[in-house]
Design a protein around this ligand. Sequence first.
Ligand code: GDP
Length: 476
Amino acid sequence: AEKMKQKSADIIKKLFLKGQIVTLNTELSYEEAENIAVEYDILCEMEEKVDVIAELVQDSEVDEEKDLEPRPPVVVVMGHVDHGKTSILDAIRNTNVTSREHGGITQSIGAYQVSVKVNGESRVVTFLDTPGHEAFTAMRMRGAQSTDIAVLVVAADDGIKPQTIEAINHAKAANTEIIVAINKIDKPTANVEKVKQELMAYDLVAEDYGGSTICCPVSAKTGEGLENLLENIALQADVLELKANPNRKAYGVVIEAELDKGRGSVARLLVQKGTLHVGDVVAVGSAFGKVRAMIDDKGRRIKKATPSMPVEILGLNSVPNAGEIFQVKDNEKEAKAYADTFVSEGKQRMVEESRKKVSLDALFDQIKAGELKDLPIVLKADVQGSVEAVRDSLQKIQNEEVQVKVIHSGVGAINESDINLAIASNAIVIGFDVKPDATAKDIAERENVDVRLYNIIYKAIEDIELAMKGMLAPVF
Ligand code: GDP
């Protein structure tokens, strides 16, 4: 009742009239609540219903505690520009024994793994090799919680800077553990203690100052302290008790993806749960396919990838987006169904967004909000002479903020392809002495495309000019 801004008594009465006896304390199922909401026509306000995609990408498997095994931590490196993020990532990668064993021929797959000895035991750490909080936050915006530990790089000769603070806030917002790497200690002007003091203002209190923030003095240039940094990351991973079930269908996130001329769709994934095998069927956003080949961060062909491992896979039918969740499905049919739902829901979402955009009635608000620079128009008319006359007059319309652009014009009835073009380009459709055919009419109505029909040129011009000034009288 609260959400619908209705009196609870009214809802109780409504249900009572339907023969359902309820009190204020009766719990209704989601469906029942939904039915009531529909009657009050406020369904679109219930976010839960709209976000089918959020539900779709959710992991359908539930892992039991007993099946969980320790997994390597996934680490992102953040900090102010020029403080040495890239240098640290490179230095760690290059000093790593494994990559040297393989001749150092490493290719970037968006992340890499290194091993480190802790108390005589070999341990693995995964680094995302795109530094910076933008990439990290982009992934998070898609709902992927991909990193466990953020290494905050602060140059010892420069101290805390604006992007350092940004990085701290991004890491905190994501509940990511922060380990500080105080870099450039080889420089004569380096002042480690000063950095530690500055950090306190951001609730990052070093251990020797009585706090719990791990601060590792390092030099990416000389390599000093890097081993110690890795050890501390591994130890912190123990504290966090990072675990995953390796014996289940793989689930994870796309780090990056691209179309390669020779190899087709190349997707770099971070496996978060389960084990990914060659031959598995993967669904990721609107892309899907059977994993044809898998390559690790050392450029080796591999057959399987376990939790926290980055891999490059070939075999998807299109290029997925970075940050998208991937899941292994039982078969191609299931994966295709997933992709189809994703496409239709994604389109639905776009329609909902464009509903606000493609309409003469809302034009002025959007111009004011600075959302619109061009007004794209699809124009159809009965004869070529009219097409040209109307197009020329329309093209001349402009004011300081917005310019009319006829993106397509032609002779004949408004058809499906015109409407589809309008949907894709967020355009308004104008018909001069023509009407939409039945299919076009259906789609336009369903997708809320603004179709305007005229038979006098000046009327069309006037409407658009008025709309641009926010003076168009609404049509009822
Ligand atoms: P990013 O912008 O944070 O990725 O910083 P870079 O890794 O590109 O480093 C910026 C500059 O600092 C480069 O000229 C590096 O050579 C230099 N640099 C990075 N780490 C060190 C270090 O430990 N010591 C010294 N002396 N210079 C460093």
